[in-house]
Design a binder for this molecule. Structure first.
Ligand code: PLP
Length: 475
């Protein structure tokens, strides 16, 4: 069985066999079924007697596979990538097989120590400031969370806790409840919906601030919002900046925002869920200018960094702030056997052995392999951009890393028809997006199997639909 797994994983990793694999994906590419198709196929109750694999596996083929959306098809260009790789798959098998969890060091020394070292490897690979390292002199450090959404919540709760403490020290007549009722946080309208969700969970109202014409949150807008709230007696506690927004992969001006957060002692959390992986290439690090102001930084290796889901990396400038929010003082019976205590920087009690995935992935690809991958994916986006630019029926509105957004010239109805036909024909999977009140085709280089020929395929599909639409309008 193990040999078989390695053979399959190996075949995924070689381009020679790519055709065979991608054909399989394409022939069953996107769900053809209607909503609730599965309820007729799966009984309403658990079988009383256990069943054999002989009966279960054919049902996977029959019921599940036809309803799957194949995120690794080279023609899947929606949302953002979800990572998948040979070392990622093997590590997932290992950690499921080992079946262990970790809490404090005693619960699983290898899990904890590998996570501490991997978070430092990763921080160095991305060129993050030294103060984020677990190994640094100061109180900084990194931990693996489940998801970017959870990291944002952890950042927000840490910032909330820090501000409550500060406010109580400076306003001796206020109660803790009064301070909590006055807290407010900020992000841009373009940030991921998970940021607003974090505000609901943390019970801190989140101001969704307007962006500039490039979808970036700027200092001036933040300053104005903070001044207004302070004048109204509110207490600003956190800013969530996006490096690589979900819509157009825009980058907030971290330097401008950071200076304001420093002046006001406001927690600055960075959500770089997708784009953070690009910082492995030094030429993209200018996009995180201002990183020295950041209190917590997060990116998802499970998006664009070959590490199968779940694996979301989060660093703190000062982990004591997170500990103040999450550590249960009553539960510390003795001196810790090991520092750092990662379990105090997260919401769940235990952690899966996700560091193993990072270890396998970073060793198999190395810095060089990772840089090559990111550069190649960006070059494919640039290639698509050149095709869009060379066709005068289209206007190309945004291109950032692996995201290219474009539309047909004229009113939105043309682009809407194009998107509808793409969805009907099911040869490509693309999502729409609105940018500056205009409907766009939001095209993302997602699969690691995508190559130049797939971009040509996509462009042929798009332009042939446009031709078809033009013919039908003329008739
Ligand atoms: N932040 C950004 C910018 C995203 O694009 C996404 C998802 O695509 C998220 C956060 C949420 O990520 P997760 O599913 O890991 O919570």
């Amino acid at each position: 069985a193990w040999r078989e797994i390695c053979l399959v994983a190996d075949s995924i990793s070689t381009s020679r066999k790519r055709k065979r694999i991608s054909k399989y994906v394409i022939s069953r590419e996107f769900p053809y079924k209607k909503a609730r198709y599965l309820s007729n196929e799966i009984p309403e109750t658990v079988p009383f007697s256990g069943q054999s694999w002989k009966h279960i596996l054919p049902d996977v083929e029959r019921v599940i596979v036809p309803g799957l959306t194949h995120w690794h098809s080279p023609h899947f260009h929606a949302y953002f990538p979800t990572a998948n790789s040979y070392p990622g798959v093997v590590a997932e098998l290992f950690l499921s097989g080992l079946g262990c969890l970790s809490m404090d060091w005693r619960s699983n020394p290898a899990c904890v120590e590998l996570e501490v070292r991997m978070m430092d490897w990763l921080a160095k690979m991305l060129g993050l400031p030294e103060h984020f390292l677990n190994d640094s002199e100061g109180p900084g450090g990194g931990v693996i969370q489940n998801a970017a959404s959870e990291s944002t919540l952890v950042g927000l709760l840490s910032g909330k806790q820090r501000k409550v403490k500060e406010a109580l020290n400076t306003n001796i007549h206020m109660t803790s409840e009064e301070v909590r009722g006055k807290l407010v946080a900020y992000t841009s309208k373009e940030s991921n919906s998970s940021v607003e969700k974090a505000s609901l969970l943390a019970s801190v109202p989140m101001r969704l601030l307007p962006t500039d014409t490039d979808c970036r949150l700027r200092g001036e807008v933040l300053r104005e919002a903070i001044d207004k709230d302070k004048a109204d007696g509110l207490i600003p506690c956190c800013v969530v900046a996006s490096l690589g927004t979900t819509g157009t992969c825009a980058f907030d001006d971290l330097e401008e925002l950071g200076k304001i957060c420093e002046e006001e002692n406001i927690w600055l959390h960075v959500d770089a869920a997708y784009a953070g992986a690009a910082f492995v290439c030094p030429e993209y690090r200018y996009l995180m200018k201002g990183i020295e102001y950041v209190d917590s930084f997060n990116f998802n290796p499970h998006k664009w960094f070959f590490t199968n889901s779940d694996c979301s990396a989060m660093w703190f400038k000062n982990t004591k702030d997170a500990e103040a929010a999450f550590k249960l003082k009553a539960e510390i019976p003795e001196e810790p056997l090991y520092e750092p205590q990662l379990e105090n920087w997260q919401i769940p009690t235990s952690r899966r052995f996700r560091a193993l995935k990072l270890w396998f992935v970073m060793r198999l690809y190395g810095v060089e392999g990772m840089q090559k991958y990111i550069r190649h994916q960006v070059s494919l986006a640039k290639y698509l951009e050149s095709l869009v630019r060379s066709n005068e029926q289209f206007e190309q509105l945004v291109s950032s890393l692996g995201v290219v957004c474009f539309r047909l010239k004229g009113d939105d109805s043309l682009t809407q028809k194009l998107l509808d036909r793409i969805a009907e024909r099911k040869k490509l999977f693309i999502m729409p997006y609105y940018y500056r009140k205009k409907l766009l085709v939001r095209f993302v280089i997602c699969s690691r199997l995508t190559e130049k020929e797939d971009i040509d395929f996509a462009w042929r599909e798009i332009t042939s639909i446009v031709e078809e639409l033009q013919k039908s309008t003329k008739q």
